[in-house]
Design a protein around this ligand. Structure first.
Ligand SMILES: [Zn+2]
Length: 241
């Protein structure tokens, strides 16, 4: 194959490697954010569950203090019964005692419900903690890996660009112009179309047999009349020149 076409093939390969790094540069930061957000979400769920549990525990404590108060009031009321002089007083204290006993009975049921709630909340805290640890354990190494990659992209691109600088002077302006025109126009940067059978490898236009022969010979640059790609016989891409 024409030496310059050979260099164009190499140039394309270099540019695709640069493109790959640039894509990574675009995509890695959002991948890092996504992984970090997943950790933060799990942490939030755990914090929320823990706060709920704490709140319930302190409510239970207040409730138990109230029970203790009622109990001591009940003791006092019962003591007063012994020193009562009138019937009216007796009825009043008796009513007080009945009310206090009733309060204690209700409180006991409520206390049992409190315990059930606390057990359930503790189980939820444990579940959230396990999930948080798992996500953190999975995502943190990935984040570190991506950050390391992000940090090395610039130097990788610089290294590949040096290869590009070596190739460029070896290619004529006319060839470079044709290449650049298509390379810059295409999102994927592909300017070379490898022909394997009878069609353009990029736009799949069927090519004339005579054109195929010329592409196979590879003596000059041939552009696809339909899409403008530089047509290269596929075997050339594998180095079988
Ligand atoms: Zn084409």
């Amino acid at each position: 194959m024409n030496q310059e076409l050979e260099y164009l093939v190499q140039l394309q390969e270099i540019d695709l490697r640069i493109r790959e790094q640039e894509l990574a540069q675009e995509q890695y930061p959002s991948a890092v954010t996504e992984l970090e957000q997943a950790i933060a979400k799990a942490k939030n769920a755990l914090d929320h569950a823990s706060k709920k549990l704490q709140k319930s525990e302190s409510e239970k404590k207040t409730f138990e203090d109230q029970i203790e108060q009622v109990k001591s009031q009940l003791d006092k009321s019962q003591e007063r019964l012994n020193s009562i002089k009138t019937n009216r007083e007796y009825d009043a204290v008796h009513a007080e005692i009945e009310a206090q006993k009733h309060m204690l009975a209700t409180a006991e049921t409520k206390s049992k419900n409190f315990l059930d709630d606390l057990t359930r909340m503790q189980a939820n805290v444990d579940k959230c903690a396990a999930e948080f640890e798992q996500i953190k354990g999975e995502n943190e190494p990935k984040i570190a890996d991506l950050k390391e990659k992000i940090g090395s992209i610039d130097s990788k691109i610089a290294a590949i660009s040096k290869e590009r600088d070596v190739i460029i002077p070896k290619i004529s302006k006319q060839y470079l112009r044709s290449y650049d025109l298509i390379h810059k126009k295409r999102k994927n940067g592909k300017a070379i179309s490898y022909v394997a059978t009878r069609t353009c490898g990029i736009c799949y236009k069927v090519l004339e047999p005579q054109l195929i022969n010329e592409i196979k010979r590879g003596l000059k640059m041939i552009l696809c009349q339909n899409c403008g790609s530089i047509l290269i016989w596929e075997d050339r891409s594998k180095g079988n020149t």
